[in-house]
Design a protein around this ligand. Sequence first.
Ligand code: NAP
Length: 306
Amino acid sequence: MSQKPSILLTGGSGLLAVNWFYSKKSDFIIYLGLNERQIHPHGGHILFLDFTSEQNLLKQVESISPSMVIHTAGLTNVEKCEDNPELAVSVNVELSSIVAKVSRKLDIPLVHISTDHLFSGISSLVQEDEPINAINVYGRTKAQAENAVIKINPNALIIRTNFYGWGTSYRKSFSDQIIQSLRSHKALHLFEDVYFTPIFVGSLIQTVHDLLDKNAKGIFHVVSDDRISKYEFGVLIAEEFGLDKSLIHKSTLQSQAKLMKRPLDMSLSNRKVREYLGRNLGTVKQHIVLLHKQEVESKIQEIQLL
Ligand SMILES: NC(=O)c1ccc[n+]([C@@H]2O[C@H](COP(=O)([O-])OP(=O)(O)OC[C@H]3O[C@@H](n4cnc5c(N)ncnc54)[C@H](OP(=O)(O)O)[C@@H]3O)[C@@H](O)[C@H]2O)c1
């Protein structure tokens, strides 16, 4: 019997990597590359990655010889990046560059996870070739990372996205926050002036594997088929989960001076990936049904207990 292919996930304790592990562990051997937080999900192979030099990381990756590397590690907290730009460069740009060098040298397919925070937020549904114009440190460092990765490893697959799914005890996603508030009968304020194209994490992961199966390289926007405001997203979640949507109140980012360094419109067009794969990725409403289905089918306890 031939051995399963293997995946090395950097940022192995993060929201995306943990969901990747649970959605693909029956088809792949999965190595969760950790940093500080220790987790031991059943069936996962754990290793603490050494990013202090290219040589050290190369030896580690060579020893497990993964079939692919998915680079999800990053400094993802927008405020933390703003307060500590040097750390943001070190984590978001330098780590990505080392991973790109190692994957290039070992000729291992690389998926680099990027963001929808790369634009100023005045255009809707932007395409992959739109010039980047990030307005905060997080976005600028993620943009620098993309440029570095493409230069070092032109075969890399770069995925710009914005996702949600069931989170762990220590890392909640946007949908978790909405569901938890509504289930505790707490009022919730969501922005009606911030637009995005969020994708259910399971659909994101499957789409990335479909792209890898076709040897895709370069930049792809892997997001939902439609654009929605954060307020409307909350209302759709409330409706699907049978929760009280009157607890959700409209607010505006423009009235929150402290948070203003964020793009108002983060929506990305997924036309390129739809054409490439010959299928739609699904609407926000369809994805929220998938999120609910995971709970109904009792598929989320292990993640939530981590
Ligand atoms: N969440 C979203 O909706 C969203 C939207 C757009 C793009 N993205 C991108 O998607 C990727 C995954 O996001 P996520 O939400 O899953 O991230 P996350 O939950 O914040 O996890 C980040 C991971 O990076 C690791 N990490 C942080 N600093 C590190 C360092 N110095 N060295 C090595 N590892 C380090 C963390 O490990 P420790 O905790 O142990 O440090 C953690 O495992 C990121 O690249 C992010 O920019 C996310």
